[in-house]
Design a protein. Structure first.
Lengths: 117, 234, 80
């Protein structure tokens, strides 16, 4: 099952990447960044999956020497951080979209060519 | 036309890299070495039933410190970039009054939602949850208050006081960990207690209370700034 | 059984992602982004990760949608 979910994650990432490069409306570019983030998070969590194992929450301290049957808890801890930081990055990008719109009254990215040589 | 072709070429190249990664992935039957160590010794050393909490707060505490500081920076930058002078505010713009259902339901639901949020981060070491989830739920209660009453103003003094106090408390506990126990954010400064009860796992409930309050205050601050932006004169 | 649920969710995620990028109205696109986050949260539950599922549902599907709508409203207000 994890093969299917990894391919879903990669496909969502490619969709987001295509959106970032091709679309012209600034808000849609920010939406594409959100999809990119979500896809990569799906891939990271599914790498730690182990078949027929349960969630990493224990009922009792395991007896000395035996290993409880749980999935890998380390990728989940890292993805927890990544999701919150993704929210922060989206909020910052939207603030700059607001400021750019205040300046030139348009959301088309082809109008912001001031820095081009 | 050329642009679309080049973009498709780049996406196909990235897809080739992903396909390579997909081929070399083999689903493993048992835990890696690091996961094995955490599974065997995590509960006994840290005393928390939720292993992901134990990793996020104690074993990888420095990552949590980085994440908390990034959230703080985000809230500060958003308030700085969207700063408004008070004369520019259009206080009497006509707002459509919210519907009756929304206003009366808010008075019932907001305390319940806040209580659920506080419950989530107090019990972070026993059940799935923790500081970040609880903080996000508290911020959604604030969003509900904004939606039902468009002229609602967040009290900035209270929010900055809560946020600064929680941040300082988090750092102080971390430094006490350096002085009194193994390292930064070590939770053995308080007794480990009985496994599975509310008062257990040393300092983890205290750390998560500080993180939950801080994240809730920061996200409410971001929502407040963005909602305050609606009032600016055109 | 779980494989069937995963495949169905995958198809829904792809459809919602395509709508988010290519529909004419921006408000429909923003709600589709919230829908993608919701389906990803269910996928995390299938992968035995309840902490991550709760975080993704609260932050991705709740707060991100609200922030997007605030900014969209402000832009429409300025456009007159």
């Amino acid at each position: 099952m994890e093969y299917i979910i990894i391919s879903i994650g990669f496909a969502l990432t490619l969709l987001g990447l295509y959106g970032i490069m091709y679309l012209r409306n600034l808000m849609r570019i920010v939406i594409a960044f959100t999809l990119f983030d979500t896809g990569i998070n799906i891939v990271m969590v599914s790498v730690g999956y182990i078949r027929n194992a349960s969630a990493p929450i224990l009922d009792a301290i395991p007896a000395a020497g035996s290993t409880p049957n749980i999935v890998d808890p380390v990728p989940q801890a890292l993805v927890l951080t990544a999701i919150v930081i993704g929210l922060g990055v989206s909020a910052l990008m939207l603030t700059y979209v607001l400021k750019l719109h205040q300046d030139k009254k348009s959301l088309d990215i082809n109008n912001f060519k001031d820095l081009k040589w | 036309m050329v642009k679309k072709f080049v973009i498709l070429l780049l996406v196909a190249g990235m897809g080739l890299i992903f396909f390579n990664m997909f081929q070399s992935f083999e689903s493993n039957g048992n835990l890696s070495q690091l996961g094995n160590y955490y599974a065997k010794n995590g509960a006994a050393e840290v005393g928390a039933a939720n292993l992901v909490t134990a990793i996020v707060v104690t074993y990888r505490g420095l990552d949590t410190l980085g994440e908390v500081s990034i959230l703080f920076l985000t809230a500060a930058i958003i308030s700085f970039v969207l700063k408004f002078q008070s004369e520019e505010l259009d206080e009497d713009r006509e707002v459509r009054a919210s519907s009756e259902v929304l206003t009366s339901a808010t008075q019932v639901f907001t305390p319940i939602i806040m209580m659920v949020g506080i419950y989530i981060f107090i019990n972070g070491h026993l059940t799935p949850g923790g500081g970040f989830q609880g903080g996000a739920v508290i911020a959604s209660a604030v969003v509900l208050m904004f939606m039902s009453n468009p002229k609602f103003k967040v009290n900035h003094t209270i929010i900055s006081a809560v946020e600064s106090f929680s941040g300082i408390g988090f750092i102080v506990i971390g430094i006490i960990g350096i002085l009194a126990a193994g390292g930064f954010l070590d939770n053995r400064i308080m007794s480990l207690g009985t496994f599975g009860t509310l008062i257990s796992a040393g300092a983890i409930p205290l750390i998560y209370i500080f993180i939950g309050l801080k994240v809730g205050a920061e996200l409410s601050n971001i929502i407040g700034t963005l909602s305050h932006a609606q009032k600016e004169k055109k | 059984m779980l494989i069937a649920i995963a495949i169905v969710l995958g198809i829904f995620i792809m459809i919602a992602g395509y709508i988010a990028l290519h529909h004419e109205k921006l408000s429909v696109g923003i709600i589709s982004t919230g829908l993608v986050s919701l389906f990803a949260s269910i996928l995390f539950l299938l992968l035995a990760a309840p902490d991550v599922a709760m975080t993704e549902a609260a932050i991705g599907s709740g707060l991100t949608t609200v922030i997007f709508f605030y900014v969209l409203n402000k832009i429409r207000q300025r456009n007159g």
